[in-house]
Design a protein around this ligand. Sequence first.
Ligand code: HDE
Length: 697
Amino acid sequence: MADPTKQTADFDALISETGAGGEVHQQARDDGERLTTAQGVVIADNQNSLRAGAPGPTLMEDFAMREKIFHFDHERIPERVVHARGYGAHGTFTCTRALGDVTRAAPFASEGKETEVFVRFSTVAGSKGSPDLARDVRGFSVKFYTDEGNWDIVGNNIPVFFIQDAIKFPDLVHALKPAPDRGFPQAQSAHDNFWDFISLTPEAMHMVMWQMSDRTIPRSFTTMEGFGVHTFRFVNAEGKSTFVKFHWKPRMGLQSVVWDEAVKSNGADPDRHRRDLWDAIDRGDFPQWDLGVQMFDQDFADGFAFDVLDPTKIIPEEDCPVDLIGTLRLDRAVDNFFAETEQVAFCTANVIPGIDFSDDPLLQGRNFSYLDTQLKRLGGPNFTKLPVNAPKGCPVSNYQQDGHMQSDARKGRVNYEPNGWGIGPRAHPLEGYVSYRQPVTGEKVRLRPESFADHYSQARQFYISQTASEQGHILAALVFELSKCEEPAIRERMVGHLTHIDALLAQDAADRLGILEMPKPPPAAMPTQTDLKPSSALSIQSPPPDSFKGRILGVLISDGFDGGMLMALKSAVEAEGGVVRIIAPRIGGAMCSNDNLHPVTDQLGGAPSVLFDAVAILPGTESLAKCPAAVDFLRDAHAHCKHIGATHGATDLIAACGLDGSPDGGMHALNDPASAKAFVTACRGLRFWEREAALMA
Ligand code: HDE
């Protein structure tokens, strides 16, 4: 069959024409696929509806048109209540450390064992059409199609959550999403309702520190960590349980953008994250994450400073190491976005033998919610039969029947169990899922355990684990968000909470919000522990990645540019596994110094530097100093602390930007192939953060 993504040469032959007499001529193509109705009837004319004369009324009997429009009218399904905007891909999980002694879970049975997976990344607050780089928590959901059933880790890129009990979730989400009267703001937390709710919810303070950090403006899906958040249980063949927390560690290292860049990216390319994932898979640069586990027993839990069942707390890696046990590789884009990414149905209750729940009250509530929401969203109970949701590694056999869109036609008269006919599936006590035999006692109460009461200590620990630059970003984000709140009392309540986290942060926030008198901190259920040690795993900036792999260098050229330097940059970037994009004033190409026309990938007006990780400026005889887009390109790259390489020809553009072009750790002179290589090596570090302090001064 012809490649459906390519236009065929005989395309014109397929276009129907209306002749002078009103009759339709359409050339038939004998070799092609036939267009049919859903009933399989071949359609003769897909351009003109059936009319009584021309012009004349359209006839109801035009079943082909009616069916086509009827189907179109029903194309939409409800979007997810949260995490509506997402993007998925297929891949493989490979076990690198067998865990048979701790868990029966099939994916970890032996080293080298492979399990198919489907992953969906998402933002939380925005609707399906919202931009990718909103400041928001990211979803990180993984469906393992194991040979003992489907197992989902429905996680986020932040290891804690805003609330401790599922009963609060609808209020949290209502407060976050657009206000019910005005229907805005879209995809952002910078508004009164969100901060009103948060400022009245002290348990949210740890998550708020993460949310205000650069974690919520990731460079791409492939540079985010993922976390299962809750404590789960591994259970082995003897029924012994070990607590476990799941971590996904990106091979590209943690990377984020800066806020101004995120704002501009949303205009320049609202699909930036999904495009990045699609492009990476398309060029064979398959994104990878290591799966890490923190495993611990009841004794550790009893001795730990916080309750391991409290989803607003982490266990620092220094207290319980993260053991790497496998690798996730995404290597296949979806064939159809709707069929797969939209219809995939994750559920925390999808567990397999060897994985069990803990009593985390948030997790318990989620176990109800996900199945419930799928029913509404996917329209009936048979969504498990959709290819993306159906188990792939094992048979499915039960007596569930009928319901909307049933596609199984189970044969025979037996649809119940036990039955005396001696046919049909039966439960199997040895192979089947057995819940961990956890003793449970207690009175029925609506009570939060006292061990959940410390709301500030880990918020502080997160804050003091950040570099000075990252702390500056948290402060700036708080000031930005709270400045969008019209109600002064909300700002003041939040600053009061900050006092419990870090007095200087609170004071700086108050100053920058113009709060003249420091607000009284709200009463704290427990005093902040100030002796928790910083944890280096909590910072993005330290240590930076050790290669430029998967990142993009944007090279700005103009007519007369130095082709040798472009080649030197290309080979240095490609040696690192990175990508070069060539930007010029005209998409048709730019003349090289040797008078050859060189192709370009992007036109300057549509490719601002926010879309690139680092930039090189290689103007030729055509000066760019008077070109506003070129000035913005360089000025933004500089303001966003990017590494900048520049040839001598860039001098007038640098001056037009009002910048000092002298080489320093972030501004690199490009004058020979060796300098190109040195520049690309310097680009491995995320940004030249030292520039930031000077810019702020
Ligand atoms: Fe979710 N969440 N959530 N959530 N969540 C949904 O399920 C819910 C929570 C997360 O890519 C919904 O299918 C409750 C924590 C992800 O399809 C819904 C509570 C974490 C996704 C739902 C939470 C998450 C969802 C909406 C509090 C991180 C997207 C659509 C008890 C560990 C999955 C859907 C995808 C989606 C409920 C809290 C992650 C309504 C009630 C904590 C990644 O069922």
